[in-house]
Ligand binder design. Sequence first.
Ligand code: 5GP
Ligand code: ZN
Length: 114
Amino acid sequence: MSSCLFCKILAGEISATRVYEDERLIAFNDINPQAPMHVLVVPKQHIATLNDLAGDDDDLVGAMVRAAAKIARDRGHDGPGYRTVFNCNAQAGQTVFHIHLHVLGGRVMTWPPG
Ligand code: 5GP
Ligand code: ZN
């Protein structure tokens, strides 16, 4: 989708620091990190929100979560803990309408989130 920021990152039109890639996903550092590790796991397929997922996407979403766990483990955050977040639509704070899984670690997290 030509107007989508994350599709532009996927196409290499906007730079990002990639930390993981496979056939279905990329992951890159968030430009405005909210923790010492703040990575976004992004499918190569454009899907606007979680509301747009279909049954065929179950494997893709599973792969996103497994990639998040690998990224956290590779950085030593598996033991202390880390947080994963999908924001869906405006009230939850979604600003980029191409699904992405936030992976945050390296500091104590509070609950409930803001
Ligand atoms: P959302 O608010 O949609 O859940 O998350 C979007 C995330 O994308 C935000 O954390 C924001 O900092 C990040 N972001 C926005 N623009 C860019 C960009 O150009 N590059 C990178 N790497 N991250 C971005
Ligand atoms: Zn997109």
